[in-house]
Design a protein around this ligand. Structure first.
Ligand code: F6P
Length: 342
């Protein structure tokens, strides 16, 4: 079989482990050809191919990023995108496609499958961990690890300077990284998109804490966090409206409000793309490897329009249409734990 392979959307640690697994399983076990597309769906539309051999995957297991490159490109939003994708798939005689991506890539995969009849198996990856249908996406564990380490480091300087340190973490409209790194790093306050916050409560709590027993605090803010409707915090900045995700916007506003209402010395850290870079943790290498093998095996068994997923300890296949475009918010229990330990 000629199997196409792409990575789309934002990169993350663990992608190369998945690519390696697809190539090893596909070439070695079944004798398939693996045709990589550079830069996600854009590469498919442009016919930018990179046939993958054992040589290409040597030494990549522990590397970050994606050896195929990636792009935020949606064939359905680009002029003539879908026709171009169809033409490349025909020209390259692609019989099946493995798409590694987050919700945007998976949504495109489900539409391409529907409209061109291409056999597709998807693999979920995103540091945001917001792909529905799977307990984990490739890259999430590493991002939480990096964010937790950053919080640990900020703790010591917060304490030395008696400051309130506001740390913004990625996650788009989900607070998975913020909640998990917030719990692991012992943050005093964790603000998430799932639970709009009341700035009065936050500042009352910080004042109480500093009066009672502490001289510093750590406030973790998910980049998609929003103030509660009718809360006393106005969203009037150069950045735009509630819920618009602009790096640094919400954390700067929160820090300004804290400083104005408490008089505490406040600093902001926007962790940004550090969360997506560098060496994957073993758990992401393992998850990428498991998903890669499962995706090739799925095609071998004639399963298509499915996504590999982790459910508990098991890797399973779930129908793509059940997960594409669906949200996966942080469960209440995790948010409760983050709040309870503040
Ligand atoms: O989806 C992953 C993610 O890192 C989000 O957490 C973040 O909002 C976004 O990508 C940043 O995108 P870009 O790398 O295109 O700036």
């Amino acid at each position: 079989m000629r199997i196409g392979l792409l990575t789309g959307g934002g990169d993350c640690p663990g992608l190369n482990a998945a690519i390696r697994a697809v190539v090893k399983r596909g070439l070695g076990e079944y004798g398939h050809s693996i045709i990589g597309f550079r830069n996600g769906w854009k590469g498919v539309a442009e016919g930018d191919v990179m046939p993958l051999t054992r040589h290409d995957i040597r030494g990549v297991l522990d590397t970050g990023g994606t050896l195929l490159g990636t792009a935020r490109y949606h064939p359905h939003s680009a002029d003539g995108g879908l026709d171009a994708v169809r033409a490349t798939l025909e020209a390259e005689r692609i019989e099946a496609l493995i798409c590694i991506g987050g919700d945007g890539t998976l949504h495109a995969a489900s539409k391409v499958a529907e409209e061109t009849g291409t056999k597709i198996v998807a693999i979920p990856k995103t540091i945001d961990n917001d792909v529905a249908g799977t307990d984990r996406s490739i890259g999430f564990d590493t991002a939480v690890h990096i964010a937790t380490e950053a919080i640990d480091r900020i703790h010591t300087t917060a304490e030395s300077h008696n400051r309130v340190m506001v740390i913004e973490l990625m996650g788009r409209s989900a607070g998975w990284i913020a909640v998990q790194a917030g719990i692991a790093g012992g943050a005093e306050v964790v603000l998430t998109p799932e639970e709009p916050f009341d700035i009065d409560r936050v500042t009352r709590y910080l004042k109480h804490r500093h009066r009672a027993h502490a001289s510093f605090s750590i406030v973790v803010v998910a980049e998609g966090a929003v103030p509660a409707q009718g809360s006393s915090m106005e969203w009037e900045t150069k950045y735009g409206k509630f819920g618009e995700i602009v790096s640094g916007a919400i954390s700067e506003r929160v820090a300004e409000e804290i400083a104005a209402r408490t008089g505490f010395d406040t600093r902001v850290t926007v962790l940004g793309h550090v969360q997506r870079g560098g060496t994957p943790l073993p758990s992401d290498r393992i998850l990428g490897s498991r998903f890669g093998v499962a995706a090739v095996d799925a095609l071998q068994q004639g399963r298509t329009s499915v996504m590999t997923a982790l459910r508990g300890e098991e890797v399973v296949l779930v129908p793509l249409e059940e997960v594409a475009g669906k949200a996966k918010p942080v469960p209440e229990e995790l948010i409760r734990v983050a709040n309870a330990l503040a």
